[in-house]
Design a protein around this ligand. Structure first.
Ligand code: ZN
Length: 232
């Protein structure tokens, strides 16, 4: 079932090594079919060069494996909680991409220092707290998802305006309307993380870009008054 979805998710996964976002088998992409309530995700621990579209695992939102000969990615419960909480999310990516993960390990959100960031992500990319011992022991991956959901709701962050998060001492998750857009946002995040790091090296006293500049760049590409690009 969902052969087209599996093919799309396979292709999205293969973009992670192509863009230099993953090493070995680290990282995974999923995409949900909202009509059936099922999502396809990369299998756990299978090297990218051996992956085939039919290896993608189909899961439902109760965590049942619907189809696939492999076990799903160990991060599947995180993806599941995000899909359940945010109907506007259609695809999710997790990587340990080097620069974004460095910010996560340092426990710092990525400030918006310029328009490259503002074009895609509204404001800082938040870095969440580390999970507690109980949360880690009880259900690590599920609790990672629940923490993201809880923090985005508490901070009243719109997942469409902030399509990325850093999990402290771990790494980034990004999302989008589908798997492809989530991969795109993972590439953008890594590039912004790299530039923000260099920005602080060059000027340790640097401040985020002026709010009006951030607003201009974000809202000319997003929302009701967007005018960037070509009209469909
Ligand atoms: Zn991870």
């Amino acid at each position: 079932m969902l052969e087209e979805l599996k093919k799309r998710v396979y292709e999205a996964n293969m973009k992670l090594p192509q863009y230099g976002l993953v090493t070995f088998t680290w990282g995974n992409v999923s995409e949900i079919d909202r009509e059936t309530g099922c999502f396809a995700i990369k299998p756990s621990g299978v090297p990218y060069e051996d992956l085939k579209p039919e290896d993608m695992v189909i899961m439902d939102l109760e965590g049942n494996k619907i189809e696939g000969r492999y076990n799903p990615s160990s991060d599947t419960p995180t993806h599941l909680e995000l899909y359940k909480a945010f109907p506007e999310i259609g695809g999710i990516v997790h990587t340990h991409s080097s620069y974004a993960t460095s910010w996560a390990q340092a426990g710092r959100g990525i400030p918006c220092y310029g328009t490259t960031h503002a074009d895609y992500i509204y404001g800082e990319v938040p870095c969440l707290r580390c999970l507690t011992r109980e949360e880690i022991d009880e259900a690590y991956e599920k609790n990672t998802g629940l923490l993201i959901v809880h923090e985005f709701k508490k901070r009243e962050k719109d997942v469409k305006a902030v399509p990325a998060v850093l999990c402290k001492n771990h790494g980034p998750f990004t999302w989008g309307k589908d798997g492809n857009e989530a991969v795109h946002n993972a590439v953008v995040l890594e590039e912004c993380a790299k530039m923000a790091f260099r920005t602080e090296l060059i000027n340790p006293q640097v401040k985020p870009a002026p709010q009006e500049l951030q607003d201009k760049h974000y809202y000319r590409k997003h929302g009701a008054n967007a005018y960037y690009g070509q009209k469909a």
